[in-house]
Each structure stands twice: as structure tokens, then as C-alpha cells.
Write a protein that binds this ligand. Structure first.
Ligand SMILES: [Zn+2]
Length: 345
């Protein structure tokens, strides 16, 4: 396998190593020299463990330095979350960028670690995937009587994730970040134009058709009912959409875009019964209270990640039988967590 720079996607110049999970995050969640665990092997029921020192991906020295300042800013935001301090819309956007970075970084990590088990052609790198597609984030504060420290990434070890790194969850001590991004994933929810039909073509590109634009909002992402978090955000990003010159000056889209030229939508906030565009991006986002039956336990949340990956892969019509197999494997993992859930309850 030819190694590529995790950031720019070409052969690394002055090769360096990027810790996909940054050192500040490892320090924040325990001994940075510890082994880190990433999900369960559903066959053995054991956690998958790595020594974090070996959890690196190749990068150019310059690319690595380019992102150092960004990491510094995100650290402050993650510290706020740890203290349950409110963050602003602008900070939420940075956090979404960072989750794009971590998600794709982990995807590339697993590509190397498991010797490309899915036999894919890596076409993603961090530079070309930050803030390029629709995305969502749900923040959960985990209820724990003890102060539990630790770091886990859920869903990143699956076959489905290798085919389509659409969704994962990151647990940072008592905070869980449930994050996803994919083509037109939440455009429909936010009243933006969306294709009703997505077909995967043999060359790896997607064919989008049956466009709809009704300016309505929808609470559910496809067939994925969400749990309640303290904060649920969506951002439609249609940068790669070439079709819609008809809609370019549409008043709803002009009003609801941070950057209409680049087709970057506003940040939207999801409530129980409504989705609201956030107009004042510098304002703090108040956390919702999650109580009683609304509280989700960790196992349910993890099962939701695998479930969401399946839902998102099924959005795409394909003749590829491997996708169906990958979906089955995830279904087994969901069963595993649900049985664990029963034992837990
Ligand atoms: Zn590079």
C-alpha cells in the first residue's frame, strides 16, 4: 500500500506522523501512554485495544503544523463541554470541523491498521472532507455517579465505516459526541433541496436524481429516530452540488446560508418538535435538560451509531453485494449491544 498524507492525500513531503487522536485529548482522558480501546469485537466480546503511540497516520510536516493552531482552539471548546459550560454557534462549527477531521483520520488509521480489509481505493483525506458535506452533531452528558475518565471512538472499526465513514461517536470522559456527515444527509431536515434518489456508480461516484425542494422541515433523519441530547445541531452543506442554478437566488436559501457562494448552510438547532436556524452565531447555545426516560444509556447510544451507519449506507442504491454483507455485520453488533443492554438493565 502506498502511504498518503492523512491531510492532503498525496505522498507525504518530509514525512511526519499525525496522532489522529491528539495528545491533549489523551491527557484530558487519562494517562497518555495507556492503551486506548475502540469498540468491541463482537465475536469475542472483548474491547479492541491499541497502544496510542502506534495510533498514528503518515502526514507531511507542513500539513501537520497547519492544523496545530486549530487543535488549540478545539481543546478550549472540549474543556468547556467537560465543565458543562455552554458553547457558542461559532464554537460548535469548529467542533463540527474537528469531528470531520477526527472521523476521517480514524477512517484512514483503520485503513492502514487492518491492511485495507474492505479493499477500497482511498479517495478521502482530511483537507477535502472538512466542512464539505451535510453534517450533524448531538451532545450527550453521560450520567455517572463516579467521575469516569476515558476515551472511546465507537463505530470506526466496522466494514460499513470503511465503505462510508458517515457516522461515529466519541466519548470523552462524561461527554458523548454523536456525529455524522454524508451527501445531503440532513438537507431535507433543514428545508434545503435534496435528491430523493442516490445511486452508486461503478466508478465510485454518486448519481443524484429526483430532486425535491419543499422548504419544509423534517425532524427525523431518513429512518433514524434520534435520542434526546443536551444539544442537537445540523448544518446543510451543498458545496459539491452543481445542479441547482435555478435555486441559486432562492430567498429561503439566501436567508439560511452562512456563505451562499459556497453553499454552506446555517447551523440549525433541533428541538423536540422543531428545527430552528441559528441567526446569531456568536450567541451561547443553551443546553436542554434531559431527564427521566429521556436519559439514554451508553449502550443504547453505541447501538445507535451502528444503526445509523446502516441507515446511511442504505440511502444509496447499489448492486454491490459487499454492502449488504457489511450491513449484516453491523446488525450483529447491534444485537450484541442490545443483549448487553438487557444484562445491564
Ligand atoms: Zn500533506
Amino acid at each position: 500500500m502506498d502511504k498518503i498524507c492523512v491531510f492532503c492525500g498525496v505522498k507525504p513531503v518530509k514525512k511526519n506522523k499525525e496522532h489522529v487522536l491528539p495528545q491533549w485529548l489523551l491527557k484530558m482522558t487519562g494517562d497518555p501512554n495507556r492503551k486506548v480501546t475502540f469498540g468491541f469485537n463482537y465475536n469475542s466480546g472483548k474491547q479492541i485495544e491499541f497502544n496510542w503511540q502506534s495510533f498514528t497516520a503518515p502526514s507531511c510536516t507542513d500539513c501537520n503544523e497547519r492544523y496545530a493552531k486549530f487543535e488549540g482552539k478545539v481543546k478550549v471548546i472540549v474543556e468547556k463541554l467537560q465543565n458543562r459550560e455552554e458553547i457558542t454557534g461559532t464554537e460548535a462549527l469548529l467542533l463540527l470541523d474537528w469531528l470531520d477531521k477526527v472521523r476521517i483520520g480514524l477512517w484512514i488509521n483503520y485503513y492502514y491498521l487492518e491492511n485495507n480489509k474492505s479493499q477500497i481505493n482511498p479517495r478521502l483525506c482530511i483537507d477535502n472532507r472538512i466542512g464539505k458535506k451535510d453534517r450533524f452533531l448531538q451532545i450527550h452528558f453521560l450520567e455517572s455517579k463516579t467521575n469516569s475518565s476515558g476515551l472511546n471512538a465507537f463505530g470506526v472499526e466496522t466494514f460499513v465505516f470503511q465503505f462510508n465513514p458517515s457516522c461515529f461517536a466519541l466519548r470523552i470522559n462524561n461527554v458523548l459526541l454523536f456525529n455524522g456527515s454524508n451527501d445531503f444527509l440532513i438537507s431535507k431536515n433543514c428545508g434545503f433541496p435534496y435528491p430523493d434518489k442516490i445511486v452508486s456508480k461503478e466508478n465510485g461516484t454518486l448519481e443524484l436524481s429526483d430532486w425535491r425542494y419543499d422548504r419544509k422541515k423534517y425532524l427525523e433523519i431518513d429512518n433514524l429516530p434520534l435520542f434526546k441530547g443536551v444539544l442537537t445541531l445540523m448544518q446543510p452543506i451543498q458545496t459539491e452540488m452543481q445542479y441547482e442554478s435555478n435555486y441559486y437566488n432562492d430567498s429561503y436559501l439566501v436567508l439560511n446560508c452562512l456563505d451562499r457562494d459556497k453553499r454552506i448552510g446555517n447551523l440549525f438547532r433541533v428541538y423536540n418538535s422543531d428545527i430552528i436556524s441559528i441567526d446569531k452565531i456568536e450567541d451561547k447555545l443553551e443546553y436542554e435538560s434531559v431527564t427521566g426516560k429521556e436519559i439514554t444509556i451508553l449502550w443504547q447510544m453505541i447501538a445507535k451509531v451502528y444503526y445509523a451507519q446502516n441507515v446511511f449506507l442504505k440511502r444509496v442504491e447499489t448492486n454491490n453485494e459487499i454492502f449488504a454483507k457489511a450491513i449484516k455485520v453491523n446488525e450483529k453488533t447491534i444485537d450484541f449491544y442490545e443483549s448487553k443492554n438487557k444484562n445491564f438493565a
